[in-house]
Design a binder for this molecule. Structure first.
Ligand code: SF4
Ligand code: SF4
Length: 404
């Protein structure tokens, strides 16, 4: 575990992380030892060689697997311990010692999804009809381990040709899989809007961000993706372009995970030059280049990753500026990326989300920055689910009155 063993040693057992860890919402599992601090204390005991603590014991590995990497604990730990990253390292170490998860099919699915999705995208609308069939659900459960009740996203790939007449510097878009294959219409609308303002956006060939690999403890595979993406994006940064994201997982990968994984100057430069669409809209509004308008009430879900990026306040500020009334909901929906979609986690994830689903009952529109939270919530609430940027763009205009 290298440096991460030292991370675990620094835990002072204050328990602040327990208060924010969504696994404390799991009634049958809740006990101080089953939340965030318990994981660190177990790692400490194992590293100290205490009798009865084994890194391959079922109790310990179950506790580690229960951490779904939401990163809420990072904001409150007074020792600044990288708790989820430590759990990834524990999983990676456990795999190297023979702990069998994940299956080869799941491994293939999470490491090569971005190479399989283009074919499924080309086969629309057949692929979109097929993923709704019982046989497809059962196959996904049997082969990959995705629970047959879990929602699967439609294929709606991104189609964008940059306008060459625009500013050459502009932006390079880093999507992750939803932006490229599942929410292409929404992203294309943003890119058209930016080009209308004179900001050129290029979309290079790129790999997926790779957070599911990290969460599965497949750190070497995640590093390969990180290297490939940093190499691509660095070339654009050298040409004076900023990197644009719309997904909090893409943003966190570039800003936090890649520099830690690769420890290279290029990864640090890429991190420094990454900006999210929310931050960009805020800047364009501050500069007087766009007008934001809106009316009515929406429920704003501040996802775990949005809280980790620190963009929650900016989203609320933009909704307010545009004229929306909104309620803010901080509870975790339980999905945790694709963790909740897996058969072994589905019921637990649903239980974690109960508090939030209750709060959102009766809402017409729910905005959430996280793509997997939106997908997951389609199963449990009846509201229209939108990215905050999507809502803001519905009535956004340039200073001259042009709309996307
Ligand atoms: S990352 Fe989330 S689930 Fe894991 S220990 Fe921290 S708060 Fe709990
Ligand atoms: S908040 Fe940090 S120091 Fe306190 S118990 Fe959790 S991991 Fe340990």
């Amino acid at each position: 575990m290298g440096d991460f063993a030292l991370e675990a040693e620094r835990c002072i057992r204050c328990g602040f992380c327990n208060a924010v860890c969504p696994t404390s919402n799991i009634t049958q599992a809740f006990a101080p030892s089953k939340t965030s601090r318990g994981r660190l204390v177990m790692v400490q005991s194992i590293l100290a060689g205490e009798a009865g603590f084994s890194p391959l014991s079922k109790g310990f590995l179950d506790l580690v697997e229960l951490c779904f990497g939401c990163r809420r604990c990072l904001a409150v730990c007074p020792a600044g311990i990288l708790i989820p990253q430590t759990m990834w390292r524990v999983r990676s170490a456990a795999r190297k010692m023979g702990h069998p998860r994940p299956s080869w099919a799941l491994r293939l699915f999470i490491s090569e999804y971005d190479r399989m999705a283009p074919l499924a995208s080309r086969l629309r609308p057949f692929s979109n009809r097929f993923i709704r069939t019982t046989i497809a659900r059962q196959l996904a459960q049997w082969l990959v381990g995705l629970d047959k009740r879990a929602p699967l996203p439609d294929f709606r790939p991104l189609r964008h040709r940059p306008n060459r007449a625009q500013d050459e510097e502009g932006f390079v878009y880093f999507a992750d899989v939803f932006g490229l294959f599942h929410e292409g219409d929404m992203v294309a609308r943003l890119l058209r809007f930016l080009e209308m303002l004179g900001l050129r956006v290029v979309v290079p060939k790129q790999r997926q961000a790779g957070i599911p690999l990290l969460e599965a403890g497949l750190i070497d595979e995640a590093k390969r993706l990180a290297r490939s993406n940093v190499e691509t994006l660095y070339r654009h940064v050298e040409k004076g372009r900023k990197i644009l994201t719309t997904s909090p997982s893409a943003y966190l990968s570039l800003r936090e995970d890649y520099p830690r994984l690769l420890r290279t100057e290029e990864a640090r430069v890429v991190a420094k030059n990454t900006v999210d669409a929310i931050q960009l809209l805020k800047q364009l509004h501050r500069e007087g280049r766009i007008v934001l308008e809106g009316a009515g009430h929406v429920a704003y879900h501040s996802s775990c990753f949005t809280q980790a990026t620190g963009m929650s306040g900016e989203i609320q500020g933009l909704l307010k500026t545009a004229g929306y009334e909104f309620s803010t909901h901080l509870a975790c929906c339980g999905a945790a990326g694709m963790w909740g979609l897996l058969r072994e986690n589905y019921d637990t994830a649903r239980e974690v989300g109960q508090k939030l689903f209750g709060e959102l009952e009766g809402a017409d529109i729910v905005v959430s920055q996280s793509e997997t939270c939106r997908l997951w919530m389609t199963s449990f609430i009846g509201a229209r689910l939108m990215h905050p940027m999507e809502l803001l763009l519905e009535n956004a205009k340039s200073r001259t009155g042009a709309s996307p």
